[in-house]
Design a protein around this ligand. Structure first.
Ligand code: NDP
Length: 457
């Protein structure tokens, strides 16, 4: 069939394309930043590939399939009615059901969720599993809320969200502010409304369809990716000093794995500041952080009161000026800027593996690439979490649970596979591996080729 085709990317350069993205998404700086980061690499890759131009694939991927926004009403413990805004962004389901986490944080807005859903599309493609990209959340602040308030919020959120999701449609998971407890509240409400038990959420408790190693998977996977990168320079993680930001699920499991592999982690942080422990945050201390910070929602500053020799640096300070060999930003987006990147390079840091999504801003990314650092973007290095979520979906469909050893091996294999795909598309003529480019092109190609097969839809 001969289709009438016009081309945008035939006639515009990167800047022209980005102007269009900015015009169509006014004020959505995070989304525009994420699209630019991908477009910078894809424009080169598709230059001589007429089929992608003709089908306007890049323009189509940068337009979410749909954005659902809804009111979430709930009653607090004082009997007052509270109103928040909930969202689900379904970016692309070319290679599988939409898949991506739910974030509860006061900063949540449409731009942040669109950037996360866009990134998720490439990340999920990189895992090799059949999952499309989505993301959701609400501008709800779980801090200081009672368990009953959180339950009522989750139930109200799901009372609308259930219409838009399903085991073969869209399968949300956790993210910032959403852990196993919140997933449990939401899953219970979905089941109650639909009268169906199906694998519609991942990150569930082990008693009701959850997968072993899901909590560990993102942090562990990001360290496996780091290990693969440093191996390309003939090194390993034994004896390295690591600086990590965040103190939630991803950060604590990254710290645990680095320590198990013989490295020394010297910092963790939260939104108030960071702690520096020159003696190293060993396994027992990490367990203390999990108990006090992650699970009981304490503050990281309490660490410095508990452990001698550690210091707390407040005023929202970030840990990037602490000298290190490797760094892992594991808190949130745009937490590491160009100046931070230059400081890391100056202090001798040689590898950065992102646990968080887009923690390094565009200037920082360019600093790392120019210095030829081993630098892994989150869409490659933090894909272990969604990969194990994909395995949770398979287990739910099969109605069985796989053993921990099987899952550990699969996680390793998937992270190795992502690393290989980055090498395939990211190796430059001087042998430097541009992992950002490798991840962008490998992820894009898989989704784009599926979209080509569908024609214009
Ligand atoms: P958690 O809620 O468990 O922890 C988040 C951590 O980041 C907390 O220490 C939090 O501090 C800190 N943080 C949050 N917002 C800010 C901010 N604006 N400035 C400074 N610190 C902040 O979340 P996760 O560990 O699950 O997620 C961390 C990152 O990893 C996110 O970017 C997420 O999208 C990404 N990710 C998570 C996956 C997962 O499996 N959980 C999978 C892939 C990516 P505080 O307590 O003060 O808010």
């Amino acid at each position: 069939m001969q289709m009438h085709r016009t081309s945008v990317t035939d006639h515009v350069d990167l800047e022209g394309f980005m102007e269009g993205v900015a015009r169509r998404n006014p004020g959505q700086s995070e989304f525009i930043q994420a699209v630019r980061e991908v477009a910078e690499d894809i424009f080169d890759f598709i230059e001589d590939k007429v089929e992608y131009h003709e089908a306007q694939i890049l323009r189509r991927i940068a337009e979410p399939d749909r954005v659902v926004s809804f009111r979430v009403c709930w009653e607090d413990d004082n009997g007052s009615i509270r109103v928040n805004r909930g969202y689900r962004v379904q970016n692309n389901n070319a290679i599988g059901p939409y898949k991506g986490g739910i974030r509860f944080h006061p900063s949540v807005n449409e731009s942040i969720l669109k950037f996360l859903a866009f990134e998720q599309t490439f990340k999920n493609a990189l895992t090799g599993l059949p999952m499309g990209g989505g993301k959701g959340g609400a501008n709800f602040n779980p801090k200081g809320k009672s368990v009953n308030e959180i339950m009522r919020f989750c139930q109200s959120f799901m009372t609308e969200l259930y219409r838009h999701i399903g085991a073969n449609v869209d399968v949300p998971a956790g993210d910032i502010g959403v852990g196993a407890r919140e997933i449990g509240f939401m899953f219970g409400q979905y089941k109650r409304i639909t009268n169906a038990w199906e694998g519609v959420l991942t990150g569930k408790g082990l008693e009701y369809g959850g997968s072993l190693i899901r909590p560990e998977a993102t942090g562990y996977g990001a360290v496996y990716f780091l290990e693969n990168m440093v191996k390309t320079r003939g090194r390993d993680l034994a004896g390295v000093t690591a600086v990590i930001s965040g103190s939630g699920n991803v950060a604590t499991h990254a710290a645990e794995k680095i320590t198990q592999l013989g490295g020394k982690v010297v910092t963790l942080s939260d939104s108030e500041g960071f702690i520096h422990d020159p003696d190293g945050i060993g396994l027992e201390k990490i367990q203390w952080v999990k108990d006090h910070k992650t699970h009981r929602r304490g503050r990281i500053s309490q660490y410095a009161e508990e452990f001698k020799g550690a210091t707390f640096h407040g005023d929202r300070a970030r840990p990037w000026a602490v000298p290190c060999d490797v760094a892992m930003p594991c808190a949130t987006q745009n937490e590491l800027n160009g100046e931070d990147a230059r400081t890391l390079v100056k202090n001798g840091c040689f590898a950065v593996s992102e646990g968080a999504n887009m923690p390094t801003d565009l200037e920082g990314v360019h600093v790392f690439k120019d210095a030829q650092l081993l630098y892994a973007p989150g869409k490659a290095s933090n894909a272990g979490g969604v990969a194990v979520s994909g395995l949770e979906m398979s287990q739910n469909s099969e109605r069985r649970s796989w053993k921990e050893s099987e899952l550990q091996q699969l996680l390793r294999d998937i992270m190795d596979g992502i690393h290989d795909r980055c090498l395939e598309y990211g190796r430059k003529s001087d042998d430097y591996v541009d992992y950002v480019k490798g991840a962008n092109i490998a992820g894009f190609k898989k989704v784009a080729d599926a979209m080509l097969a569908f024609g214009v839809v």
